[in-house]
Design a protein around this ligand. Structure first.
Ligand SMILES: Nc1nc2c(ncn2[C@@H]2O[C@H](COP(=O)(O)OP(=O)(O)O)[C@@H](O)[C@H]2O)c(=O)[nH]1
Ligand SMILES: [Mg+2]
Ligand SMILES: [Zn+2]
Length: 291
């Protein structure tokens, strides 16, 4: 019996990576009866027979991400651009909340720095790195800029790529793993199939320098289900140190008097755009509650 990780599946065949080798596996018949789902990223016990195998057991999942459906994701690598395509800060802040709620650690890669003035890069790193406290790395996936810093962050981990269509996710995969020129760049494949019964194809790509990468459509239409208004601020880490100084203990930093978070926004210690997204999300949470 060996333990491996499911890296993709195709009509009841699961491709399982065991010590760097790929095995074609079927799941035990009983799984289908029990409606047990095997996800990409699942750690599984496999009975090997030559090049093939049978999945006997799915090991407990550390994390489960829905949309895209992947188990045991260690981190989300969020690609963001300021040009081509233009910055979409509400989307970035939304994805950050989504991955944090799934218990997945985010890393932000500011891509296409070849198109940016250094001051724009510095400004972005200042807000999301220093003020908010995330790990932010400026890169250029096309020319391989900054990728030597990124490689060690991926080694030994299952990372899911997130970001709008066109930000360079597929280009990054190809730059990190040149053997995968079959990964299509510059295609709007992510726009296809919404609302239809097309299965979203999930594939985990092994990177020679270590780690698995999922370049998978998803992270769209993220809503704040099961989130309380008072809990939203938890996902804005830069609010924390000010929130303790608000006049009211249950301040949600919206319209309350003597709110230290709003004062910090006015003083420039919290980015206005982050705060604007926060209040926008508050309204969404409220609207969902009315249902
Ligand atoms: N200038 C520039 N273009 C890039 C960079 N990275 C990716 N691109 C281009 O951006 C376009 C979209 O890239 P792609 O990887 O398909 O984006 P995806 O939709 O996120 O997978 C392609 O034309 C890429 O060549 C970069 O660092 N600089
Ligand atoms: Mg792509
Ligand atoms: Zn407050």
């Amino acid at each position: 019996m060996a333990v491996g990780q499911v890296i993709r599946s195709h009509s009841n065949i699961y491709y399982v990576l065991i010590e760097g080798r790929e095995f074609e596996c079927r799941s035990r018949g009983r799984f289908r009866l029990e409606k047990q789902v095997v996800l990409a990223g699942d750690l599984v016990e496999v009975l090997i027979d030559g090049e093939e195998g049978r999945i006997d057991k799915v090991l407990p999942r550390r994390t489960v991400l829905e949309r895209p459906a992947i188990a045991n994701v260690d981190q989300a690598v969020i690609l963001f651009t300021l040009r081509e395509p233009e910055a979409d800060y509400p989307f970035l802040d939304r994805v950050l909340i989504h991955v944090e709620r799934a218990g997945v650690a985010p890393i932000i890669l500011l891509n296409k720095i070849d198109l940016l003035e250094p001051a724009m890069v510095a400004d972005f790193c200042h807000i999301y790195g220093e003020q908010v406290g995330y790990s932010v790395y400026p890169i250029g996936a096309l020319d391989g800029l900054g990728l030597d810093v990124v490689r060690p962050l991926l080694a030994g981990k299952l990372s899911v790529l997130a970001g709008h269509s066109g930000v360079g996710k597929s280009r990054l995969v190809r730059s990190l793993e040149p053997s995968r020129q079959d990964v299509r760049v510059g295609e709007l494949s992510e726009k296809l199939g919404r609302g239809k019964h097309t299965t979203r194809h999930v594939e985990l790509i092994p990177i020679a320098s270590g780690g698995l990468l999922a370049d998978t459509p998803g992270f769209t239409y993220l809503e704040f289900h099961d989130l309380e208004k008072r809990d939203l601020a938890e996902y804005f880490p830069e609010f924390r140190r000010y929130a303790t100084q608000c006049r009211f203990d249950d301040c949600i930093h919206n319209k309350e008097p003597d709110c230290a978070v709003r004062a910090a926004v006015a003083a420039g210690a919290i980015a206005e755009r982050r705060y604007a997204n926060y209040t926008g999300f508050l309204k969404e949470v409220e609207a969902l509650k009315r249902w």
